[in-house]
Design a protein around this ligand. Structure first.
Ligand SMILES: Cc1cc2nc3c(=O)[nH]c(=O)nc-3n(C[C@H](O)[C@H](O)[C@H](O)COP(=O)(O)OP(=O)(O)OC[C@H]3O[C@@H](n4cnc5c(N)ncnc54)[C@H](O)[C@@H]3O)c2cc1C
Ligand code: FES
Length: 367
């Protein structure tokens, strides 16, 4: 750890001395990458050891990050960095394996669904092969189960099973001593991710009950309902973890509130930006990127990260969903609306996450 910090500080210092820039990795990485991709600084290189097809649109990557990576807790996610058509792109994915696999074998897995029209997920499905190297950022997120053990209910939908797989593997391996229930919603039987793993977990970990519910096999859709909760013993005492499409998460939250389970006992992680009501006032406006000396106009609900990229800037970013804070920048003036909450900022100076900030009138940013 100390060696890594020293190496990183030295590069940072060198970068500032030689090139007067704050991001030496951006200068050195292309050079280092040519010599050995495992030396790059901005992210931890991870070799793809294996690709496992889970369903028609979901595959699991077995990765071996270099040992300088700091590891993770079950339920956390990482930003990955890949080169798609000569452009480096970052995206966020949950780790689907247990931290125990990392500690014992130096491996982690990501389980990735193809998003129609998505640039990175389609590249991962169509181009990525075993033997290639991708970048992995440090893990983050607080979708973590309580310690010491408490009764837990997981409600997952589709690819939202990924952080839950990591948690269940870890709970089984550490003999988490409390009732654990998983309700896993998928459209059809063919969409079940890691069915055999789930069955094996339920067989060897007696605290765990797994119910897989298909929503679109019958004549009419079968969604989460109050009766599903009637079958869960002691539901009022459970810590509830939600991960899945917004519709499922909203429905689950309503049904839990009806049972007097309040938000302090409900934990969720979302895979896409929830669209808050951004109000009635007209959005968009003139944006000044002060450090770059660029002025551009914006219209509608475009966020500042997209606006900056369209203007040819390359701001630091990770998830593009308001989670990782890597895109945080100083706004020096103007009002922005937060895409997650619908709240408008004050007009003055403050730090904002540009990926979820939509200008409302003229805005100036330190970029
Ligand atoms: C904390 C977190 C954990 C995640 N974990 C996983 C995981 O374990 N497995 C997994 O498969 N995915 C996961 N995701 C979702 C994943 O990050 C996105 O699917 C991915 O970023 C899409 O990248 P792309 O380049 O293919 O799509 P883009 O080219 O970025 O997007 C194409 C279009 O789809 C829209 N879009 C982007 N993401 C989504 C989405 N999730 N749902 C619907 N529309 C979207 C965009 O607004 C855009 O219009 C996670 C997301 C977050 C925030
Ligand atoms: S890019 Fe992650 S919060 Fe903005």
């Amino acid at each position: 750890m100390l060696a890594r910090q020293t190496q990183s500080r030295t590069l940072h210092w060198l970068g500032r001395q030689l090139f007067n820039r704050d991001d030496p990795a951006a200068f050195f990485d292309p050079l280092l990458e040519r010599i050995n991709p495992m030396w790059v600084q901005a992210y931890t290189p991870a070799r793809v050891e294996q690709v496992i097809e889970e369903t028609a649109d979901t595959r699991t990557l077995v990765l071996r990050p270099s040992r300088r990576w700091s590891g993770f807790k079950a339920g956390q996610h990482v930003n990955i960095c890949v080169d798609v058509g000569g452009v480096r792109r970052n995206r966020t994915f949950s780790l689907s394996s247990s931290p125990i696999l990392w500690r014992e074998q130096g491996r982690v897995t990501l389980t990735i669904k193809r998003l129609p029209g998505g640039r990175v997920t389609n590249w991962i499905h169509d181009e990525l092969q075993a033997g290639m190297v991708i970048g992995v950022g440090e893990a983050f997120g607080n979708f973590l189960v309580p310690e010491p053990a408490q009764p837990v209910l997981f409600i997952a939908g589709g690819s939202g099973i990924t952080p839950v797989l990591s948690q269940l593997e870890t709970m089984a391996a550490t003999d988490y001593r409390a009732p654990v229930t998983l309700l896993y919603f998928v459209r059809t039987e063919a969409d079940v991710i890691a069915r055999e793993k789930l069955q094996a977990l339920a067989a060897r970990y007696s605290a765990l009950t797994v119910t897989i519910i298909t929503t679109h096999e019958g004549a009419s859709p079968r969604y989460l309902c109050a009766a599903d909760f009637d079958r869960i013993p002691g539901i009022r005492a459970r810590q509830v973890y939600l991960c899945g499409p917004k519709g499922l998460m909203d429905l689950a939250r309503d049904l839990l509130h009806q049972r007097d389970i309040d938000d302090t006992d409900i934990h969720s992680t979302f895979f896409s930006v929830p669209q808050a009501d951004l109000g009635k006032e007209a959005l968009g406006g003139q944006v000044r990127f002060a450090e770059s000396g660029i002025d551009v106009g914006s219209e509608g609900d475009a966020n500042l990260l997209d606006i900056a990229e369209a203007a040819g800037l390359t701001p630091q970013h990770g998830c593009r969903m308001g989670i990782c804070h890597q895109c945080s920048c100083r706004k020096t003036s103007g009002t922005v609306v937060n895409r997650l909450t619908g709240q408008a900022s004050g007009p003055g100076e403050e730090t904002i996450q540009i990926c979820i900030s939509v200008p409302r009138g003229p805005v100036a940013i330190d970029l």
